[in-house]
Write a protein that binds this ligand. Sequence first.
Ligand code: CP
Ligand code: NVA
Length: 321
Amino acid sequence: MAITQHTRVRDVLAIADLTDIELHELLELSHQMKSQPRGWLDALAGETVACFFQKPSTRTRVSLHGAIARLGGAPLLIRPDELQLGRGEPISDTARVLSGYACAIAARVFKQTDLETMAEHSTVPVINALSDLHHPCQALADLLTINERFGTLTGVRLAYVGEGNNVVHSLLEAGALAGMHVAVASPGDLAPDPAIVAETATLARDNGGSILITEDPVEAAAGASVVYTDVWVSMGDETEAEAHMQKLRPYQVNDELMRVARPDAVFMHCLPAHRGEEVTAEVLDGEQSAVWQQAANRLPTEQALVYALVTGDWTGKEHAR
Ligand code: CP
Ligand code: NVA
């Protein structure tokens, strides 16, 4: 078997599971895999990756499939109603059993704690494909895109305007590791998790970056190179939809807010987007929008992540064709 045997199984349940060196290695490997998509076709030959999705997904589901296929592996996409979980089999038993068949498990779940249980009982790497708290796969594609646009990550100013959710938690962690300046503007009671803010503020400072939390979108966007937003109502928060929409209305990214940022600023969004809510159609479909590049970058970043975690080779050298 081509896969290196490890003593320690690595999971990525959050960007904070990576070191700054590993983050840079993954981005470098993503860049290589984007340039040579089929250069690692033997890496996972004969292996299966279990991809379990409790919530809908367009980008993550399909890009993971493509990423695993480009490593020569077989992605197995599993919906909750196809497992015995729905009939009461515990997550811990499911993770143990799946580990016997698959070389990695990617999972999109409602609760981060379910991922933690999975990782605790799995003997193969577990990858967070989005939870209530984090979206690390998205942040990897975001950083690759920013690096492609500006030639660096260090010192780049990113303004996130919207709800303090899973996407911004991963952006805060990634930005802090990369020495970026990340400013987040949210209504007070929809601000990011204070524990994540505190940890990333220290880490950002150590890496020459900074974290700013404010309620003022203009303060966040002033002088930014990247203006980022996400939906006002995340999957699983539907009961709070009305309250969120009302509180977040002043946080729309529109031409007026984009003018506060640098003239060469880009607009980013993890997608799916709601034109006329968190972003205007003019901005999303306008010249400054980087969203299609960002979405396309999901594939090479996931290819690099799955490869590194399963093979233990973060440089890509061991299994390059
Ligand atoms: N951005 C993102 O994760 O999209 P999906 O929900 O379509 O996977
Ligand atoms: N915050 C959004 C991201 C979707 C990719 C959600 O969790 O629904």
